[in-house]
Design a binder for this molecule. Structure first.
Ligand code: SAM
Ligand code: CA
Length: 238
């Protein structure tokens, strides 16, 4: 699923070729260890018309591991939706940790909010109902914010990923991590352009040019992991 033109109508792109393997990974490794509050958000999102936008739980498990390896305390999230990745981050940073989360859609955030409250981690979250760029710019107006964040997760409008990247590189510490989601775009990055549905071409173009730019960026180390819909993990090294 997700890697051939015949799958172009798949609403929830996923790169794994085998449903059985996906089921195995989720049932063996991910769901048994997934926090109850995360399961609740998944269930609450399942009937949402845009529910396919939710983070893939196997990618979430990898992100939790990265947050713990990094001992992340201060983080940024761009693109919250119903809050799966936000709650996952909140559960994997310490009690005094902090997440600045940005999304213009408060209504979607409020779907997951009861589960976030129930998990006892709401105090770690500052949700800002806004597009992310002006918020990042206002953070950068205060020099105390420069080089002060451990981690950022970007899962929003793909055509702004490079704009986010330039700003996040000023905010993240050297050694800090930025993860960009959907960087394999259902496998379409590798399809011949004429086989990509016209409606998806602009997004694919945005992802292709971001992937090229990030590959050329010597300020970071990168790994483009083929998990979920493609997860580009960047470590700031300069
Ligand atoms: N990370 C979420 C999760 O774990 O379920 C999924 C995020 S969803 C793929 C993308 C989100 O990006 C939507 O909720 C949308 O409102 C938000 N978004 C779109 N444009 C944005 C922007 N300019 N700034 C911040 N968020 C934006
Ligand atoms: Ca995503």
């Amino acid at each position: 699923m997700g890697d051939s033109p015949k799958d172009k109508h798949n609403p929830n792109p996923d790169l794994l070729q085998s449903d059985k393997l996906r089921k195995y990974i989720l049932e063996c490794s991910v769901f048994p260890r997934e926090a109850e509050a995360l399961k609740e958000i998944r269930n609450a999102t399942a009937s949402h018309p845009l529910g396919f936008m939710e983070m893939h739980p196997d990618a979430g498990q990898l992100m939790g591991l990265v947050l713990n390896l990094l001992n992340a305390k201060k983080t940024i999230e761009i693109g919250v939706f119903t809050g799966y990745s936000l709650l996952l981050t909140a559960l994997n940073i310490p009690h005094h940790g902090k997440i600045i989360a940005m999304d213009p859609d408060r209504e979607a955030y409020e779907i997951g909010l009861p589960s976030i409250k129930k998990a006892g981690v709401e105090h770690k979250i500052e949700f800002i109902e806004s597009p992310a760029l002006p918020i990042l710019d206002s953070l950068l107006e205060d020099t105390n914010n420069e080089v002060s964040f451990d981690f950022a997760f970007v899962d929003a409008d793909k055509d702004n990923y490079w704009n986010y990247h330039e700003r996040l590189l000023k905010l993240i510490k050297i050694g800090g991590i930025i993860i960009y989601d959907n960087t394999l775009w259902g496998g379409m990055v590798a399809w011949p352009e004429e086989e990509v549905p016209a409606i998806k071409r602009p997004f694919r173009e945005a992802v292709l040019s971001f992937n090229k730019a990030i590959s050329d960026d010597c300020r970071i180390e990168i790994a483009l992991a083929s998990i979920g819909d493609g997860f580009t993990i960047c470590r700031r090294c300069l």
